[in-house]
Design a protein. Sequence first.
Length: 321
Amino acid sequence: MRILSGIQPSGALHLGNYFGMMRPALELQDKGEAFYFIADYHSMTSLFDAAQRRRNTLDVALDFLACGLDPKRTVFFRQSDVPEVTELTWILSTVTPMGMLERATSYKDKIAKGIAPMHGLFAYPVLMAADILIYDSNVVPVGRDQKQHLEMTRDIAIKFNEQYGQTFVIPEPQIRDEVAVVPGTDGQKMSKSYGNTIEIFGEEKATRKKIMAIVMDSRTPAEPKPDADKNLALQLLKLVAPAAVAKEFEDRLRAGGLGYGDLKKALYEHYWNYFADARQRRAELATNLDYVNQILAGGAQKARAQAQKVLRRAKVASGLA
Ligand code: ADP
Ligand code: TRP
């Protein structure tokens, strides 16, 4: 079984990325042959600073390796090191209906947020389909916001197969319901573009400040909170604290008597401990960038060999070869 996922190097990774995509992806490493990549081509639709892209790409590599990506088991690479994917994007674009792209909610959302409409942004799902199909991927772990992109990938693969004969494997998304949407400090979906994130490897003081600023209501500590499960700090605590600890805080909140400040302090401490080992590993890796670059180069070689096979299959099927 081939498992594949990608993440854009568009900014520091946060708890939403970690629990929504990274950890599920890392847990799948021993369930099959995992291919994970840094989607630097995709980042060109929203990030226009070259130095920043280079820095972010390295940061994502460090984040993944520190969090447990095992380069012996998993093929880890940079998207643009496999240029075949852009060739397949063109081929797929010729079986992609305009109407399908026009219905893409992530495109519409980005335009609504004021990002200038541009062809790359519009064609983003076709490149993503190529990413997935070029490795004969069976399973794609992502957060819920990527569900529609996966549906488009499946539709594009089916269309090509109908037009030119059985060529592509039809992939399945894998979305974890319990962490499908990690809330941000303001209660909206945690997202870089909403400024409501808690970074995985944030600087100590700044992260503490963000956690202490998580939005709460104005009820007094003494008041019982029958809706404790809706409390943002508690929802995040459930992700980073042992279940029994989170349960105890939930009970105290429900019964009344627990102040929000104490709850947030507990959240901060559990968050900090949860990533302590990874933080240490990341610091070590950061002093050995040659090693990190070697891993990406080795991953690219393996990924490329696979991509060339599938691209060749698509070219033969469609009469290009
Ligand atoms: P952002 O919204 O911060 O720009 P990305 O779009 O780069 O994040 O998402 C990268 C991966 O992390 C995707 O698989 C996405 O589904 C997942 N993800 C992002 N934010 C969340 C969240 N708040 N909850 C769950 N998963 C998320
Ligand atoms: N669009 C994804 C995101 O923003 C990143 C991505 C690009 C991806 N290509 C992919 C994810 C292929 C899974 C598979 O999160």
